[in-house]
Design a protein around this ligand. Structure first.
Ligand SMILES: C[S@@+](CC[C@H](N)C(=O)[O-])C[C@H]1O[C@@H](n2cnc3c(N)ncnc32)[C@H](O)[C@@H]1O
Length: 337
């Protein structure tokens, strides 16, 4: 059982068998700026602690064809992994059958993974002051995030997209009245200026590329529209070798994320370091959850050891969990496609 659960706990964001071979693992994690700290993005080099590891990014040494083939394989792997792991009974149970699939946002009053996932939605939606009109949920998983949006938006104003037909079928059941479409996040088929808001919960690090997705999100937003995202930044070694990551997505930290959003035309950009609330507290919760299963003999020692090894790899791989928001200008000087 736990072997199946392990697939989910760490979701192979950065695979153990490969990450062990990586050169230059950082000896310590980058300095954390503390709970909920926000980055001004105005100081070049602010993310420097990571930049010395950039030599380990492998994509610079490959040609474009290699890269495209590699990314296609990675996308297939991501799709298959989610289609399998998100439908495992133990995982559905862990999420309280809510069908969320993220690490959540943990506060003192958060007691379950489902509550944490709802907390993450609240935190993200708090960054959209006017919850009006239409909203697009990018990489909507099994539709739990989309369903949550109907707390604030009319179902027929909510659209979810995913590149998995299997997940979309579940999503349709979870959020009746909402529209669901099969689509790659980096190639949205909507016209320019379609949505009043775009949200993407814990998926952008899988996209090839994150930058392409952010540009698409900006394009499909109406002038004045809001964008919110929760995203994970990894150490470059993990990005280069993680079986469900792309080396091209490496980014040193929240300040660089902010600069990227600004460069794509977003205004009023905020990037919040939520590593403590989303990554570290999730890690502590899931450790306790699995440890209790060991104590109650639902799992044996070998399974627990496997879990701990993969937990260590994940903790070494993750550098930041960020929550970001921005707004499309009323009069955008950025060219629409
Ligand atoms: C960690 S899950 C998050 C799901 C959902 N947002 C949630 O929080 O419950 C990541 C999701 O991203 C989707 N995904 C990954 N790459 C994608 C892509 N290129 N285009 C669309 N969806 C993608 C996966 O199918 C999966 O549903």
């Amino acid at each position: 059982m736990v072997l199946r659960m392990n697939r989910f706990f760490l979701r192979d964001y950065a695979g153990r068998h490969r990450s062990n071979q990586l050169p230059g693992w950082p000896r310590r994690l980058p300095s954390d700026r503390g709970s909920g700290s926000e980055h001004s993005g105005s100081k070049p080099g602010e993310d420097k602690p990571h930049s010395k590891f950039s030599e380990h990014i492998t994509f610079g040494q490959k040609n474009r064809k290699d890269l495209l083939e590699q990314s296609a394989t990675t996308l297939t792997r991501i799709l298959q992994s989610y289609d399998e792991s998100l439908f495992v009974e133990e995982i559905e149970e862990y999420y309280g059958h809510s069908d969320f699939a993220n690490w959540g946002y943990w506060q003192n009053e958060t007691h379950t993974q489902k509550e944490a996932c709802e907390g993450l939605m609240e935190r993200l939606l708090s960054l959209i002051p006017a919850k009006e009109g239409t909203i697009l949920d990018v990489a909507c998983g099994k539709g739990a995030t989309t369903r949550y949006l109907t707390k604030y938006y009319r179902p027929n104003n909510v659209t979810g997209i995913n590149f998995s037909q299997k997940q979309l079928q579940r999503a349709q059941k979870n959020a009746p009245g909402c529209k669901f479409l099969l689509m790659d996040a980096t190639n949205l088929t909507f016209k320019d200026n379609t949505f009043d808001a775009v949200i993407c919960v814990e998926a952008a690090f899988h996209f090839h590329t994150r930058r392409q997705f952010l540009a698409e999100a900006h394009r499909v937003l109406r002038p004045g529209g809001y964008f919110v995202v929760s995203d994970i930044l990894f150490h470059p070694g993990a990005e280069a070798a993680g079986p469900m990551l792309h080396a091209q997505n490496w980014m040193p930290g929240p300040a660089a994320y902010k600069r990227l959003l600004l460069s794509l035309g977003f205004q009023n950009v905020r990037v919040i370091n939520a590593t403590e609330e989303c990554a570290r507290r999730f890690d502590r919760y899931i450790f306790n959850y699995v440890f209790k299963k060991l104590q109650s003999k639902e799992i044996d020692w070998d399974m627990f050891k496997t879990f701990m090894e993969r937990r260590r790899d994940k903790n070494m791989a993750v550098s930041f969990y960020i929550i970001a928001s921005g707004r499309k200008a009323w009069h955008s000087r950025y060219r629409q496609s």
